[in-house]
Design a binder for this molecule. Sequence first.
Ligand code: ADP
Length: 336
Amino acid sequence: MFRHTRLKLTAWYLLIIMIVSLIFSTVIYIDVNRELTRFERFQTLRQDRMQSDFGTVIGDPISAAVDSELISEARGRLITSLVLLNVCILAGSSVAGYFLAGRTLTPIKTMLDDQARFIGDASHELKTPLTSLRSEIEVYLRSRKQTKKEADAILTSNLEEVIRLTQLTDSFMQLASYEKRNAQNIPMSTINLRDFMENTIKKVQPFAQKKKISIKSSVDAIAFMADESSLSQLFVILLDNAIKYSKNGKKIKITSELGEQLIVHVRDEGIGMDSASQKHIFDRFYRADKSRTSNSASGYGLGLSIAKAIAELHGGNITVKSVIGKGSQFSVILPV
Ligand code: ADP
């Protein structure tokens, strides 16, 4: 399909270039031809005048014939040159047009490939809980001899799957909404980094307490403009991951740096990740080394994609540094 569209686009480029080239060639031909005709007429007039001035044939008839021969030869040469020029333009613009069409279509192709990959991954993620739900319900309907306890267990498991499905669809919607929005249509307000971080930490505190993980923020009281609700979601995702991928009793530290930009670091003492994973963790549905990170709390690999989309919406970015077994540091860079 990409090749077909590329050829079609090349044909359109060619058509436009050839129309312009043919118009120019016609204008040049008409102009030069007019000059040649004028010159021819002038030569004939000069011959006639000389003939009438001196009564006899003084003008050289051979030279007059040569003149008109030269003129028609020049006319022929002009036509040949114009045809040659157009053939060269046709050949040159076919190659250039094909190349340019490829360059024009590449970002569209990348976007379509991304979209197709997203749909494939999303369908795969949806299929697993749906299959599990379906088989549990089918088994239940086939043998209705279950006790109330067994039925409750099935319903509880179904509910868990439904909750996970809801979380997944919520994540899809959030990702789509952040990627669709731009900085102009987010409600920006002045935020004090210290107060903001305290409020954000409160949201993940119960989860941290369960694992006896301490979260210490020593950020400065910097005032900056941001959309408080989405930025809070970004830090909840980072803190949530820091807790999720740390063993019980570890520490999480949050610090800030103010230069040309505001940088907020979230550092944990968790399992860390290798450099290959670090390159992909912001990709949708990416989960680093499943054997190390798979636990009941691990998600769908959409959290960091959402976090990155939020940072980009603010004109910023997120980077990561990590060492296996030592921990990870996520740095949120925001313009001030
Ligand atoms: P998930 O919902 O699976 O946590 P994320 O997009 O938030 O999805 O994270 C993607 C992957 O990056 C995770 O599956 C995990 O492997 C890795 N990861 C994220 N944060 C950390 C961290 N603080 N420490 C170690 N690995 C992490």
